[in-house]
Design a protein around this ligand. Structure first.
Ligand code: MN
Length: 224
């Protein structure tokens, strides 16, 4: 047993649909611009190759949570997304082999401080403080098995803000994993936010934002 100067924080985990065990999280990767209509609404060319940013594992918020309006922003945005959960190690994998790395899926909300992201883009600075802040990764329970063939809907106080078929993604989960595995070695416990469709917008104090994907637990968060 290694002696530690203070107790290590526990591993961050998520509930698993239909099982008592929980899913231990290692890292969180996120894809930018994976739906043509969202790339267009942000003024970008959807034909670009996928690119990635990250959030820390301890940014995870479970569905049903109330979180404070985050500091340092006046323009908190929702981004409803499918989250892919990795269950096997892999590097430099083909798209065919990428499928074997997938353990399950969840609904997620890639909360974004849009004003900080806009400033970072203009100043050619990193996105970390816009994307990787505390409680920025709302994720529902992880469901083992294949990707649902479903519609993603993101609503605020019951009103639909984003709606798209998961099949509208430019890069499939397997293509994303193959591309990401050329950048880093993937490990069990890694999560990948797969990008958001058009309709991103602001959240205010008191709002409840739900990301629904048929077959998966809804990822719900309330801004206190
Ligand atoms: Mn996103």
């Amino acid at each position: 047993m290694v002696a530690l100067v203070f107790p290590a924080l526990p591993t961050v985990t998520l509930p698993v649909t239909g099982r008592p065990e929980r899913f231990p999280i290692r890292r969180i990767f996120c894809v930018g611009r994976n739906y043509a209509d969202h790339a267009a609404e942000m003024g970008n060319d959807p034909a670009e190759a996928p690119f990635f940013f990250t959030k820390p594992a301890d940014a995870v918020v479970e569905s049903g949570s109330r979180i404070p309006y985050p500091p340092a922003t006046g323009n908190l945005h929702h981004e409803g997304e499918l989250v892919v959960a990795i269950g096997k190690s892999g590097a430099m994998v083909s798209e065919e082999d990428a499928q074997n790395l997938i353990w399950g899926h969840a609904a997620g909300n890639d909360l974004t401080r849009r004003d900080l992201q806009t400033e970072a883009k203009a100043a050619r600075r990193p996105w970390d403080m816009a994307k990787a802040f505390d409680k920025s990764a709302v994720i529902g329970a992880v469901r083992p098995g294949p990707m649902p063939e479903a519609v993603l809907r993101c609503s605020v106080n019951g009103a639909t803000r984003q709606q798209a078929k998961l099949s509208d993604m430019i890069w499939s989960p397997a293509a994303i994993i193959a591309a990401l595995s050329r950048m880093v070695s993937l490990s069990p416990g890694d999560l990948i936010f797969t990008g958001t469709p058009a309709g991103v917008g602001p959240l205010a104090r008191g709002d409840t934002c739900k990301v629904e994907i048929e077959g998966l637990q809804t990822a719900s968060v309330t801004i206190a």
